[in-house]
Ligand binder design. Structure first.
Ligand SMILES: Cc1cc2nc3c(=O)[nH]c(=O)nc-3n(C[C@H](O)[C@H](O)[C@H](O)COP(=O)(O)OP(=O)(O)OC[C@H]3O[C@@H](n4cnc5c(N)ncnc54)[C@H](O)[C@@H]3O)c2cc1C
Length: 133
């Protein structure tokens, strides 16, 4: 990724309805910004409310899933699964995760807490680290 091409780069922690909607809204308002959506879960957005009926075998997995990988790709939203954010250090502009499964450069955004924070992912080893350029 070329940093110079992305003035605004965002990391959103959590891909539930809040995080996924935040990503979607960001993209609608800025076609060029970089968006990374981090989740410790292995799935794109699914309907939590439907889980009991799914576990009971009443409905299929297809009925539970709200978004798929293609939805993210079409909007150029980088969905990063199975990645637990273990620390957000706003003063240092660092986000730490438990996995080094990716190494993009980005801004960090925790939608329910703070605005954009410039960050760049540094570590290729555990723990993964996002820090300021
Ligand atoms: C069985 C069930 C039934 C429900 N029924 C109703 C209902 O009838 N009506 C209603 O209004 N609400 C209901 N809810 C609640 C509703 O689903 C939640 O209010 C809604 O999902 C909240 O969305 P969210 O995006 O804020 O959080 P979540 O859906 O909790 O999503 C947060 C995501 O962030 C991830 N995450 C958290 N911390 C980290 C981290 N440190 N690093 C990486 N990823 C992280 C989590 O794994 C999760 O995927 C129900 C929930 C459940 C489980």
């Amino acid at each position: 990724m070329n940093l110079a091409l992305h003035e605004k780069r965002y990391v959103i922690i959590g891909n539930g309805v809040a995080g996924t909607t935040a990503a979607e809204t960001l993209r609608k308002n800025d076609p060029t910004c970089s968006i990374h959506l981090l989740t410790n879960e292995p799935y794109p957005l699914y309907n939590r409310v439907s889980l009991p009926r799914f576990l009971q075998g009443v409905i299929t997995e297809q009925k539970v899933m709200i978004r798929d990988l293609a939805w993210h790709e079409q909007r150029n939203i980088q969905l990063v699964t199975e990645t637990m954010v273990t620390g957000v250090y706003t003063d240092e502009h660092i986000v730490v995760t438990d996995t080094a499964s990716m190494f993009p450069t980005m801004r960090c955004w925790w939608p329910v807490v703070v605005g954009p924070i410039p960050c760049v992912f540094l570590a290729h080893r555990e723990p993964a680290t996002f820090t300021t350029l």
